[in-house]
Design a protein around this ligand. Structure first.
Ligand code: NAD
Length: 391
């Protein structure tokens, strides 16, 4: 099949297997070029197939020589539909891990469910005995509870209508976006989906079965961002969920579990491109950070996390106790210029002040497109196996 990108709003409905493989390959090469911990911490990554979770798993496997089990929610190819990018990424991850003699198995299913928690526990017990690190990198639109109730997360403000400049991703022009406040039920639902409850459920489920090692640690990811996005992010529904995530880390610490929240940088992922206003902010941020030689993607961020005390020693934290990988993004000189560019933006100077091309390049990369070393005119096999799943 010859696979071309098919983009609708903020999602691409096709993915290229060879391009996704190239993406994973390049991330592995990056990790191999960096300092490595090599402590072989047995690692479970929830949300392992794309974005921060995929880069975490790559850092664990090639930076720490760790056996990894990954949990994700992805779809294989069927008929004339390609698989999802996360499926192809995982197939490539397992292929490269096998080549390098690194243990890697993947469970594909709903991480919120008891069935998937049980299946994962069984696999840990059989193959690894225990785990030393649990990475929680889930970004999901909904969560089904054991009684069948479904919570759907929303990306809205909490109290007031918010109107802001935004990027029309269809036309690459400036537009104005108005976001309405969520109802209390929507806020609650977003916290149930993206807050800390399920993270704690995972830790509890594995702890009760004796599957956490003595030096066990866990980390979950968060974002704060600048004041210009506060109404939609930090003070919005998703921000309430992230506060809950942080409070959960504090609760777990009190219960004797070493639990960290790492506040990461804004990067283009399938999840972040869906947030109103944020793609425009990211395009300007990319422009400024590239100009200053500070640009990072998920793999550079995760490499800093793995080499910054998460694996050996203690990671540096801020006063409430969070790891701050957004330190460069939040530097006053960076934010000062972002604000200046934001204020000056018009349709005419959009590309001067915002890295629209860079945004789109990273967006296409997420789905395996726009890589130099891939022949996109060639016929390719859309069906790819994830060896540990297909057996
Ligand atoms: P992503 O969309 O790239 O990845 C989400 C992962 O979750 C995928 O592996 C997907 O398969 C998995 N998943 C989704 N629903 C699932 C389910 N029901 N069961 C099992 N797996 C499921 O997202 P991302 O942007 O890498 O986000 C990961 C975390 O990082 C989130 O907590 C996010 O808030 C945080 N974060 C993201 C950014 C950013 O700019 N992208 C910045 C800081 C923090």
């Amino acid at each position: 099949m010859i696979i071309k990108p098919r983009v609708k709003n903020f999602i691409c409905t096709t993915a290229h297997p060879d391009g996704c493989r190239q993406n994973v390959y390049e991330q592995i090469q990056y990790v191999k070029s960096q300092p490595q911990t090599k402590t072989k911490k047995r690692t479970l990554v929830i949300g392992c197939s794309t974005g921060y979770g995929l880069s975490s798993r790559i850092c664990a496997a090639w930076g720490d020589d760790a056996p990894t089990i990954g949990v994700c929610f992805e779809r294989p190819a069927s008929g004339n539909r390609t698989a999802t990018a996360g499926w192809y990424n995982t197939a490539a991850f397992e292929e490269f891990a096998k080549e390098d003699g690194i243990y890697a198995k993947t469970i594909c299913g709903d991480a919120y469910s008891k069935e998937i928690k049980d299946e994962t526990a069984k696999l840990i017990s059989q193959d690894l005995g225990q785990i030393d690190l649990l990475v929680y990198s889930l970004a999901a639109p909904r969560r089904q509870m054991p009684d069948g109730t479904v919570y759907t997360s929303v990306l809205k403000t909490v109290d007031e209508t918010f109107t802001s400049k935004s990027l029309d991703l269809g036309k690459n022009i400036l537009t104005e976006k108005t976001v309405e406040p969520a109802t209390p039920e929507e806020v609650e639902a977003t916290v149930r989906v993206m807050g800390g409850e399920d993270w704690k459920d995972w830790v509890k489920a594995l702890k009760e079965k004796g599957l956490l090692s003595e030096n066990f640690r866990t980390v979950a990811y968060s974002y704060i961002g600048p004041e210009m996005t506060y109404p939609i992010y930090n003070d919005g529904t998703i921000g309430q969920a992230k506060k809950d995530l942080y409070n959960t880390a504090v609760e777990m610490e009190k219960e004797g579990v070493s639990a960290y929240v790492s506040v990461n940088k804004a990067v283009v992922t399938q999840s972040s491109s869906a947030i109103p206003v944020v793609p425009l902010y990211m395009s300007i941020l990319y422009k400024v950070m590239k100009e200053k030689g500070l640009h990072e993607d998920t793999i550079q961020q995760m490499s800093r996390l793995w080499n910054g005390g998460l694996i050996e020693g203690e990671p540096k934290t801020d006063i409430p106790g969070r790891i701050r990988l957004d330190d460069w993004e939040m530097r006053p000189d960076v934010q000062g210029e972002v604000q200046e560019y934001w204020d000056k933006l018009t349709d005419e100077n959009l590309k001067e002040y915002a890295d629209i091309d860079g945004y789109w390049e990273e967006f296409y990369h997420l789905f395996g497109f726009s890589f130099d070393h891939v022949d996109y005119e060639a016929d390719t096999e859309a069906e790819r196996e994830i060896p540990s799943i297909s057996k």
